[in-house]
Design a protein around this ligand. Structure first.
Ligand SMILES: Cc1ncc(C[n+]2csc(CCOP(=O)(O)OP(=O)(O)O)c2C)c(N)n1
Ligand SMILES: [Mg+2]
Length: 647
């Protein structure tokens, strides 16, 4: 077994007692120490062992290993080992269960250590707020690896007290007594099915073996032999064997042993997955190619186009819903969500607690169980507190569970700029997100693209991050009234030219078009390519354009280090190394954070006039630069005079 294995030996009663109270159609989630939960919920033993041996027949085809188990047929949806991180995902599944209205309940197993994670508290709050049918089963084995509870938590407060602060109903049961756990779990599950809201069970227990692996490790000195022996007297099997109803005969025990031995033999002899299959299931299959509809004669702003896309999807897909801070506010995320709550109700369009990390997990959990959430962030910077959920969870569920589940989730993030928003309200971190396989990152620059691409993103079965530059919101365009989708992986040639390619993204595409206009008066014929999507990046379109013009300048509103501009230059260099007439060039942000004072930030963002200067430089044209264009003269910290903050 060549992967970390966290055994549950000594802790079996909690898993057995809780899962015996469930139906196969109920859903269970767990963390790193998950085997007991998987088996107790009815998970396939052979598939589990094969997974731990890294075999093709494993429940994740070898992509997950011991810490990522799934058996959806048995209702064991998933286990993941970032401590606390699966808890909001289970809460999201409980949201699905509540919406289904079929009485299904969800259980999530967690440890005492997980109760110290902020995301677990955010999750408890949300579960109580929405009265979700979820049981939090906390196995308190007194340790987080080698750290005892007393170095991590104040003595006067118990684990249950921590949960009770959220107003959740708490229940204590002897975690080593399967019958007692079962009885109390049955009562809890009955309450959950009747819609009484979540229950938190604290289950004190103890593990016999080392934190991870099959060894005995008391000798290294983090817990005493006395404590160990005291608990050992109360081993779950010892307690069960005293309860006659739980006794098995030797025939049954032999049959169990045989089943285990057969499963081990099969796991050992089963084939490994082919190394060539390692790249499968990074993304759920793409939807069919779309046709671009004509633009018609109706004008919409970028923000109105986004609103219309969401409106149409909420109408069309009853499993879609929209949530985020301020979604139902009178200002409705700068107009992009106005009126939607009134139209679709509070169940489908709602505000959230200030808990972006857990809420992202909720979105993921609801997505893997059949819903299509749209989550909004008024600033990209705020989404950073949910990086764990985005990177470790949303991006990975399809892959690590070998394509058995997908995450149809859209996360909207707004990139701020200007009007004194400064270092924590205007970061353009698109390159960060584009670094993660499993995520799609799209950044349309026109209202027409915004509507069609947002609808496509909502229909996509993958997590799609839509990064909306705040300065695009007022831009107007002809936008068809019909429901249409546009490809979310194809760059656009915004203007054809032959002398140089400007490679741009999002708001920079506007600056590039303005620059192209100005450069025309110098007889410079510019091609502008708007990448539109940066993961996947349309390398073919990029290469085709640069192969034609043989010169290029990348214009990006991100930091240049390990960035989108680096990526573009790397791609072009790999494909066209000897065919260029001039060296690669880029215009991006200075290598310091965004300052707040508009005077300090006056030269921060590349503008049309910077682009013009760079192009003339590249082409060795030394004429005086024309600055009379209105594009060049607009206020530096406002997209136009009408923009008067604060956002
Ligand atoms: C966020 C995070 N931090 C650290 C770790 C490393 N780690 C793995 S298990 C564990 C202990 C968790 O303790 P607890 O929740 O009580 O579960 P137990 O192992 O006792 O069952 C730690 C710190 C991790 N997986 N995730
Ligand atoms: Mg523990």
């Amino acid at each position: 077994m060549r992967c970390p294995v966290h055994l549950s030996i000594g802790q079996e009663a909690a898993a057995v007692g809780v899962c015996a109270a469930l139906q196969p159609s109920d859903w269970a989630f767990s963390g790193h120490r998950n085997h007991a939960h998987y088996l107790a919920k009815g998970g396939n033993l052979k598939a589990m062992l094969a997974e731990i041996y890294g075999k093709a027949t494993g429940c994740c085809g070898g992509k997950g290993g011991s810490m990522h188990l799934t058996d959806q047929a048995a209702g064991f949806i998933g286990a993941t080992p970032i401590v606390g991180s699966t808890v909001p995902i289970a809460v999201g599944a409980a949201l699905t269960a509540q919406r289904e209205g079929k009485g299904r309940v969800v259980v999530v197993f967690l440890g005492d250590g997980a109760m110290e994670a902020g995301v677990v508290h955010e999750s408890l709050n949300f579960a109580v707020l929405k009265k979700l049918p979820i049981l939090f089963a906390c196995e308190n084995n007194l340790y987080s690896v080698y750290s005892p509870l007393e170095v991590r938590q104040p003595p006067q407060r118990s684990i249950s007290d921590l949960a009770a602060g959220h107003g959740v109903k708490t229940v204590q049961a002897d975690g080593n007594d399967a019958q007692e756990v079962y009885g109390k779990a049955c009562a809890a599950v009955q309450d959950l099915r009747q819609g009484a809201g979540p229950v938190f069970m604290e289950l004190p227990t103890y593990r016999w073996l080392e934190h991870c692996g099959p060894g005995y490790d008391n000798d290294i000195g983090y817990r005493t032999e006395d404590e160990f022996q005291e608990w050992k007297r109360r081993d779950p099997l010892v307690i069960s064997s005293r309860q006659s109803s739980a006794m098995l005969g030797s025939v049954e025990i032999d049959a169990i042993r045989q089943e285990i031995e057969d499963a081990f033999s099969a796991a050992i002899s089963d084939p490994f997955p082919e190394p060539s299959s390692a790249g499968l299931h990074v993304y759920a299959p793409a939807k069919t190619t779309r046709q671009e509809p004509g633009r018609g004669t109706r004008e919409l702003s970028y923000s109105e186009a986004l609103r219309e896309a969401q409106d149409m999807c909420l109408e069309k897909y009853s499993n879609s819903y929209l949530m985020g801070l301020g979604v139902p506010d009178p200002k409705g995320i700068f107009g992009t969500t106005c009126g939607l709550q009134k139209k679709y109700g509070e169940e489908r369009v709602f505000d959230i607690p200030l808990s972006e990390n857990a809420i992202t997990g909720v979105a993921i959990g609801s997505a893997v169980t059949g819903m299509r959430p749209i989550l909004t962030h008024q600033r990209l910077d705020f989404a950073l507190v949910s990086i764990d959920q985005i990177v470790n969870q949303a991006a990975k569920w399809h892959y690590m569970f070998n394509g058995t589940m997908s995450v149809p989730l859209v996360i909207r993030m707004i990139i701020g700029r200007g009007w004194g928003q400064g270092p924590q309200h205007s970061q353009s971190l698109h390159s960060w997100f584009a670094h993660i396989p499993g995520l799609k990152v799209i950044m349309p620059s026109t209202p027409y693209d915004a509507k069609g691409m947002l609808i496509a993103a909502i229909e996509d079965d993958n997590p799609v991050l839509l990064l909306e530059h705040r300065w695009l919101y007022g831009i107007k365009d002809y936008v068809p009234e019909l429901f249409y989708t546009l490809p979310i992986d194809k760059a656009k040639i915004l203007r054809s030219g032959s002398d140089i390619t400007l490679v741009s993204i999002s708001y920079m595409s506007l600056e590039c078009l303005n620059a192209a206009e100005i450069l025309n008066s110098y007889n410079v014929n510019v091609e502008v390519i708007d990448l539109v999507s940066i993961r996947p990046i349309d390398v073919d379109a990029l290469i085709a354009s640069v192969a034609k013009t043989k010169r290029y300048l990348v214009v990006d509103h991100g930091d240049p280090v390990c960035s989108l501009s680096s990526e573009i230059i790397a791609n072009v260099s790999e494909h066209l190394s000897n065919q260029l007439k001039t060296a690669p060039a880029r215009l991006s942000l200075p290598i310091h954070p965004v300052p707040t004072s508009h005077n300090l930030s006056a030269n921060y963002y590349p503008t049309a006039s910077d682009i013009v200067k760079s192009v003339l430089n590249i082409l060795h044209i030394s004429e005086k630069i024309l600055t009379s264009s209105s594009h060049v003269n607009h206020p530096k910290d406002q997209p136009d005079k009408s923009f008067n903050g604060p956002f």
